[in-house]
Write a protein that binds this ligand. Structure first.
Ligand code: SAH
Length: 391
């Protein structure tokens, strides 16, 4: 097997549990190697550090998959898939739909698998996973009874790895699925949906919100398929207003509301959230509970200052239309926006809207999106719950 020797002192991060080796950290390569092959990694003292998938087309030249020197790749992949699945069944024993594999966090770097009953939707972002996809789909079909397997990749991440941009159906077809998050049912349409079709990352936070919604008026902003508002309805809300700018999503939320046979008051509004909030303020319409779950405003480090302004404005408008003592559940899925900065931003919004805020809960993504403490790249979602009162 080919060998990579790191430059002096570049082994430190790897020894702490980080799983990426950047191309500028490589001292020399011995032997011949193709993209997607496994390579052994050593420090300058010839000490073995780990084995990983190599990709000369990526800035992340090696993604570690094993800390043991001797292993069989097929058995290793099978074991990691089983471990990832078993962990989800430990945290969600009743559920058949969840994020089954979360890339580096499950030691399968560059592989995301969302399981929707027996439909498995993948995102493939490393040459190593791409090379072994035949094996992975075989395991999904044989061991996990997959009926449909296909990819829904995001171009951006494929480009970073120099991988071809098209999606592939490996088994069955791109059907629709009705799934349950344990509380609420959703009709997932894979051809129109975002990501792999559904945002599993907010499931735990949605069921957290549910408990505070009995007899309350609830506004679900950036509702997408309606997860937060539908959970609020299942928690006995008096009224739920869903807002999203996408006509397709508003249609899907209506469908999901009907599917669950909820009978609380409801409104489905296709609008820009900022415009809707400003209208509510002008018309003095107030809510007991407000959910803000916008798309990532900061896509990279450069866009942080602009994103912070966006989050501040959004939260300020939101606080202005909450009743005294109302609850604000506010999220950011921008990886580049750190937790402290997010909380500071919400605090600034409170100052500007003359409110007192009390943080009573903070969470990251749901349990099927574990993160590695040694790799901050594996965490991104922030979810904060505030009681908002008049000063
Ligand atoms: N809360 C959702 C996920 C939100 S994804 C859930 O729990 O599943 C972000 C959503 O925001 C998308 O549906 C997108 O259509 C919508 N969106 C983006 N910008 C918007 C804007 N300015 N106003 C209203 N909706 C917007």
């Amino acid at each position: 097997m080919a060998k990579i020797f790191l430059r002096k002192n570049e082994e430190k991060r790897i020894k702490q549990g980080h799983l990426w080796i950047f191309s500028n950290e490589i001292g020399k390569i011995e032997g011949t190697i193709s993209n997607g092959d496994v390579i052994n990694v050593y420090d300058t003292g010839n000490n073995f550090l780990g084995a990983g998938f190599y990709n000369a087309n990526s800035l992340i030249a090696v993604r570690i998959i094993s800390l043991a020197e001797d292993f069989n790749l097929e058995l290793l992949i099978k074991k990691k898939l089983e471990q990832a699945y078993n962990f989800r069944k430990t945290v969600y024993p009743q559920r058949d739909s969840f994020r089954m594999v979360f890339s580096e966090s499950d030691f399968l770097p560059g592989l995301i698998i969302d399981k929707y009953n027996s439909t498995f939707v993948m995102q493939i972002y490393s040459a190593g996973i791409e090379k072994n996809i035949g094996l992975i789909t075989k395991i999904l079909a044989e061991e996990f009874s997959a009926k449909n397997i296909f990819t829904k990749n995001e171009e951006y991440f494929r480009k970073l790895e120099g991988l071809a941009l098209d999606d592939t159906v490996y088994l069955g077809g791109m059907s629709e699925e009705i799934i349950s998050d344990g509380q609420v049912k959703y009709n997932v349409n894979f051809s129109t949906g975002h990501k792999t079709g559904f945002y599993f990352d907010q499931c735990d936070n949605r069921s957290f919100v549910k408990q505070f919604c009995k007899n309350k008026t609830v506004l679900d902003c950036f509702c997408y398929s309606g997860g937060f508002g539908l959970n609020a309805a299942s928690g006995g809300a008096e009224e739920v207003v869903f807002v999203d700018s996408s006509q397709e999503e508003i249609k899907n939320v209506r469908q999901n509301f009907t599917l669950n046979e909820f009978n609380c008051k409801s409104q489905f509004i296709q609008s820009d959230v900022f415009d809707y909030l400003e209208n509510c303020i002008t018309e003095k319409k107030k809510f007991d509970v407000l959910i803000l779950d916008p798309p990532a405003f900061a896509k990279n480090k450069k866009s942080i200052p602009k994103a912070v302004k966006g989050y501040e404005k959004l939260n300020r408008l939101g606080m202005e239309l909450l009743k005294d003592g109302g609850l604000l559940f506010t999220s950011s899925c921008s990886h580049h926006l750190k937790e402290e900065v997010f909380l500071e931003t919400v605090n600034k919004a409170a100052q500007k809207s003359q409110k007192n805020i009390q943080l009573f809960y903070f969470n990251n993504a749901s349990m099927d999106h574990p993160s590695l403490p040694a790799m901050e790249e594996t965490s991104y979602l922030k979810f904060a719950a505030f009681k908002v009162s008049l000063k």
